[in-house]
Design a protein around this ligand. Structure first.
Ligand code: NAD
Length: 419
């Protein structure tokens, strides 16, 4: 393929060098003369293992060139990959100046060269909505009807500096955002031979992916360091704790507890998080992230209440399917479902609760205590026959088992799986 790369920073240079090594005909564009000259001399403008060799080889066999100006060759490309910088603005947002400018330049170029269809894939990290609200309007404003000749795609980059070449050829995944979520032939061709799971989604989902990944990496680092600090303060071996923690690939380093849905609750998580906060306070650990967990969980309970009751009329008949903190358990301690039930009745909904594992007469110990603190639960419990013979305005499925009952419901919402 003929490929133009806009922006020869870490991402652009790596793409240019690796794509040229795969036999593509590559041109790199960057206003920075030093970077362009380095490539033309067969050198790498960045320090990155493997890049210099790839560029030097690509220059010798003429598969790479570079320019400071948007030359005609770019308009003749099958694919343009945009890798310009999106640095932090003063308010913390991404500064979109380069994205807007490069989009304007490309639109003007396409206008001046009425060629065939061209695919423009953005690889810079951009906030959700950027393609639809900033980039597309720029192309449409300049090209009018002809904007249809430009196929806009978002294809986030997952490489890490210092292992960029390896990551380019073996990425953890390939995410491709298109207007409808349908595949793009050009992007499929681009990724031919690369063995990684491919996700075709709409623009906004693809734009958010990279933020989510980077933020999660930050969360992991901060969590590891907060635990490490606590260990040091307590005279406990941080490396031993780390070794034991990561050995658990069932619950710790795994997809478990990562699905967006229900708040955490039950007899252990809230209690032990609070107690670790106490340990941290008493040892001067300053564990800001751990300290924010309970507050964030409470905010999530409020969010879920708003989420399920949006548009629901006052006095509507609501069934909660599940009141214990998890399925196949009668444990009511710190169940987020009790908080949901409390919010529903406070807001004036006609609530009933069905949980096949909760029989008030069978409860004992702390569960009885929970019932005396939240006596409304006992009054609202109904049996399966009422559950199946009543018409519900809303069923809040806290178990993911709604489909196993013969429910007559206008709306069913699974609160453990945000759509
Ligand atoms: N560096 C990484 O490891 C990494 C990884 C994944 C994603 N990203 C994202 O990729 C994007 C690029 O990152 P980077 O580290 O390569 O940035 P960078 O700052 O190193 O390079 C950006 C380049 O774009 C050039 N440029 C600016 N305006 C231009 C224009 N109109 N036409 C052509 N070139 C132009 C600049 O001169 C610069 O050389 C950013 O959005 C970044 O967040 C970076």
């Amino acid at each position: 393929m003929k490929i133009a790369i806009m922006g020869l920073g870490y991402v652009g240079i790596t793409a240019a060098a690796c794509l040229a090594s795969q036999g593509h005909e590559v041109i790199g564009i960057d206003p920075n003369e030093t970077k362009v000259n380095a490539i033309l001399d067969g050198r790498s403008p960045i320090t990155e293992p493997g890049i210099e060799e790839l560029i030097s080889r690509a220059r010798k066999n003429n598969s790479i060139t570079a320019s400071t100006a948007l030359v005609e060759k770019v308009a003749e490309s099958d694919l343009v990959i945009v890798c310009v910088g999106t640095p932090s603005a003063v308010d913390g947002s991404h500064n979109m100046t380069h994205i807007a400018e490069v989009s304007r330049q490309l639109a003007e170029l396409v206008k001046a060269h009425p060629t065939n269809k061209i695919t423009v894939a953005y690889r810079s990290t951009i906030r959700p909505g950027t393609i639809e609200e900033l980039i597309q309007p720029i192309f449409e404003g300049i090209l009018r009807e002809d904007a249809k000749r430009v196929d806009l795609v978002y294809n986030p980059e997952f490489l890490r500096e210092s292992s960029a070449v390896n990551d380019f050829f073996a990425p953890p995944k390939i995410v491709i955002g298109t207007r409808t979520g349908e595949p793009s032939r050009v992007l499929d061709e681009l990724h031919e031979g690369i063995d990684a799971p491919v996700f075709y989604v709409k623009y906004r989902e693809s734009e958010l992916t990279k933020f989510v990944d980077n933020t999660f990496h930050a969360v992991k680092t901060v969590f590891a360091n907060e635990i490490g600090r606590l260990c040091v303060k307590l005279g406990i071996s941080a490396s031993e704790i780390h070794r034991i923690f990561i050995s658990d690939t069932k619950l710790n380093v795994s997809p478990y507890y990562l699905r967006p849905g229900g708040a955490f609750g039950g007899s252990c998580l809230p209690k032990d998080v609070r107690a670790l906060q106490h340990v941290s306070r008493s040892t001067g650990g300053y564990t800001h992230m751990i300290d924010s967990l309970i507050a964030s969980n409470e905010a999530h309970k409020a969010f879920l209440f708003d989420h399920v009751t949006r548009g629901l009329e006052h006095g509507a008949r609501v069934l909660m399917l599940g009141i214990a903190f998890k399925d196949n358990s009668d444990d009511l301690r710190e169940s987020p479902n009790i908080d949901m039930a409390r919010m529903l009745i406070t807001a004036g909904y006609r609530l009933s609760i069905f949980d096949p594992n909760v029989e008030p007469q069978n409860l004992m110990g702390q569960n009885l205590g929970v019932l005396s603190n939240s006596p409304f639960v006992r009054d609202l419990l109904v049996d399966r026959s009422i559950t199946e013979s009543t018409v519900w305005d809303l069923v809040i499925d806290a178990r993911g088992t709604a489909s196993t009952y013969r429910l007559n419901a206008k709306t069913v919402i699974d609160i453990n799986r945000l759509a």
